[in-house]
Design a protein around this ligand. Structure first.
Ligand code: FES
Length: 84
């Protein structure tokens, strides 16, 4: 079985309103356009009380802070390189 990259995006109101709304759409679009939905497990998560460092996303268990849409794509692409 192929290993997957695990991505979680904070959908708490602070992160969502500060950028994860756009990042969510960017990631979904990127995964679809590049046929990566089989290789990436992409889920939302609740606020983890690190709002002041938000917007946050988690890639393979590592929390990344102040993530912009382009940064999120780069983080996912880098994680994909490690499983290929
Ligand atoms: S809303 Fe994302 S950490 Fe609180």
């Amino acid at each position: 079985m192929q290993q997957k990259v695990e991505v979680q995006i904070c959908l708490g109101s602070s992160c969502f309103s500060r950028g994860n709304r756009e990042t969510l759409e960017s990631i979904k679009k990127h995964l679809k356009e590049n046929n990566l939905e089989e290789k990436v497990s992409f889920k939302g998560k609740l606020c983890s009380n690190t709002c002041s460092s938000g917007p946050t996303i988690t890639v393979n268990g590592i929390v990344f802070k102040e993530v912009r849409p382009n940064t999120a794509i780069t983080l996912i692409e880098n994680a994909l390189k490690q499983i290929q």
